[in-house]
Design a protein around this ligand. Sequence first.
Ligand SMILES: [Mg+2]
Length: 266
Amino acid sequence: MVEWESVLHDAAERVQEVRDKLVSAREGTERIGEGAGGDITMRVDQEAEQEIIAVLKQKGDVRIVAEEQGETGPKDARWTVIVDPIDGSSNFERGIPFYCTSIAVLEGRTLDDTKHGLVRNLVNGDTYYAQAGSYATKNGAEIKTSTLQNLREATVGIDISRTTLPVVKSLNVLIASIKRQMHFGANALETCFLAEGRLDGFLDIRGRIRIMDMAAGQLIAKQAGAVFSDERGGPLRPAISVKERFSVVGGGNSTLHAHILAKLKG
Ligand SMILES: [Mg+2]
């Protein structure tokens, strides 16, 4: 029996040590190459992932889907662990204090099989964790999503980086209907802001979000009360693969989620 909660906390603690060491040495931003997910790998990404994988490798029957090294371990393993060692690497590179580590454990082959999720804010150490069937926590205390039901007052995280005109057009009515649109540059941590009610909604309809960005955060936010779908209101069914890209629409509650979807339809 693997005690996943303590395994994930242990792995995140080791990533924190790597980050702290590199920041105090003013290192970590050296570019090493390209990760399996297609983004630039910096030294901090590589060292953080190596620490997580070292912890996971002791746990036996595990398949690992990780941003830098890609997919390893037996295909028929009982557990699949999805790892983004540093989500928000470009914030790290620029000294913008918003990035995290994200680790999710699946027992099965779909996002709905996510059993444990942990996201750690590496700037201040805030640690978000949830287990399927239980409540979500931040630093051990229960968190809940926003109860706001009207779009006019809503602050919504929307990733519009490198977006195209058709996507801008689909977002036009929504953005005009809400109080504020935000994007901080680390989707896993942004999803945790949805979980604790700092954001009322979160979406990325560019078809570019990755399983590494979403697996842990969506479990944490769901256990805190959030509702997720694809951009048309259907279930999220991404393949569990480092190459997969998809869209996601999240609301702090079902009413706000429905309002967001309605505005996307125009
Ligand atoms: Mg990353």
